[in-house]
Design a protein around this ligand. Structure first.
Ligand code: NDP
Length: 329
């Protein structure tokens, strides 16, 4: 018997990330070859035509798993009955724009989309990719009190994948052998935790003994990878961002194998590593496979790690302050 249709909303569907993401979702790669997927594309009115063009291409791929495509410029319409909301669309940073301006500019989008989630299915899960993704997710979550806060997540998987790739190249191993998590904000303050991470079960610091490289070039490369790709290609890293979004959804759905974890920004429970309750903060997380997840507790954090976690916490608290009027208590 055919499985029930999974309804997936993608905002900013006509953007660069949307163009890489939609085809992979429609192909059955994410929810399985036996699960029909209905796509709900949300776009701004000027981009609706482009979204229609993408929809035509999706149809032309002939994916047996693609059950239908709706296109709308209204979040209320687009979120009707959805099981997943992938918040990709957000206003890009203009020339000379400060991060706080970007945060303020994006706020209203996520207030509106948070409210419209009231139309979603009871089991809806939200992944925020559009930047500043942690704070955008916080705004949406505060404006949608009907859905448990734990369903709101923001993506740090691309940072994790970038960290893994760098570590695997340095250690001469396969990316799959590396287990490493990102702490905090999806910004230059994020902390790829090489002190707790492992390569083939051994501590990263026992495999890669150059502490200077880990604290220096490694961190810098991961933090500045997006800019390096723009400098090289002339366009942003949309395909790898889309791929990370797919990894994020899959990791949440599948039980995490023993001894592993993944990076996911989630509302802090207030009892983990000194991070204030409610901040959407990236932790090492394990999925229990039934839609639930847990923060990996008890990892030893050195003074160096504490400083890094404090720094990214401070930045997220400052971002929360910038949008405090948009957060419903
Ligand atoms: P992209 O599809 O390239 O990026 C979308 C968002 O994802 C941006 O905020 C971007 O942040 C973020 N992002 C996260 N990780 C990455 C990464 N590694 N590389 C690139 N981006 C990343 O943007 P486009 O401008 O091509 O498309 C955005 C679309 O969203 C437009 O079509 C626009 O019309 C739409 N939009 C829709 C809204 C809605 O549906 N209500 C609201 C606002 C916009 P960063 O800018 O920091 O790279």
């Amino acid at each position: 018997m055919a499985k029930p249709v999974v309804k997936v909303a993608v905002t900013g569907a006509a953007g660069q990330i949307g163009y890489s993401l939609l085809f992979r979702i429609a192909s059955g790669e994410v929810f399985g070859k036996d699960t029909p997927v209905q796509l709900h594309l949300l776009e701004l009115p000027p981009a609706i035509k482009a979204a229609e063009g993408t929809a035509m291409e999706l149809e032309d791929c002939g994916f047996p798993t693609l059950a239908g495509i709706n296109i709308s410029d209204s979040a209320v319409t687009a979120f009707n009955g959805i099981n997943w909301a992938l918040f990709v669309g957000s206003k890009p940073r203009g020339p000379g724009m400060e991060r706080n301006d970007l945060i303020r500019d994006n706020g209203p989008i996520f207030v509106e989309q948070g409210k419209a989630l009231a139309r979603a299915s009871q089991d809806v899960r939200i992944v925020t990719v559009g930047n500043p993704c942690n704070t955008n997710a916080l705004i949406a979550q505060h404006n949608c009190r009907d859905i448990p806060a734990t369903r709101f997540t923001a993506m740090t998987m691309l940072d994790e994948n970038r960290a893994k790739a760098q570590l695997a190249t340095k250690a001469g191993c396969n990316v799959g052998d590396v287990n490493v998590a990102i702490w905090g904000n999806h910004s230059s303050t994020m902390y790829p935790d090489f002190e707790n991470g492992t390569i083939s079960g051994k501590k990263i610091t026992d495999v890669i003994k150059e502490r200077q490289w880990l604290e220096g070039d490694f961190m810098k490369t991961v933090q500045q990878r997006g800019a390096a790709i723009i400098a090289a290609r002339g366009k942003s890293s949309a395909a790898s961002a889309a791929s990370a979004c797919i990894d994020h959804v899959k990791r949440l759905m599948e039980r995490t194998p023993d001894g592993k974890y993944f990076s996911c920004a989630i509302p802090s429970d207030g009892n983990s590593y000194g991070v204030p309750a409610g901040l959407i903060f990236s932790f090492p997380v394990r999925s229990l496979g039934d839609g639930k997840y847990e923060i990996v507790k008890g990892l030893p954090i050195s003074d160096y790690g504490k400083k890094k976690i404090e720094e990214t916490t401070k930045e997220l608290l400052a971002e929360r302050e910038v949008v405090k009027d948009l957060l419903i208590k």
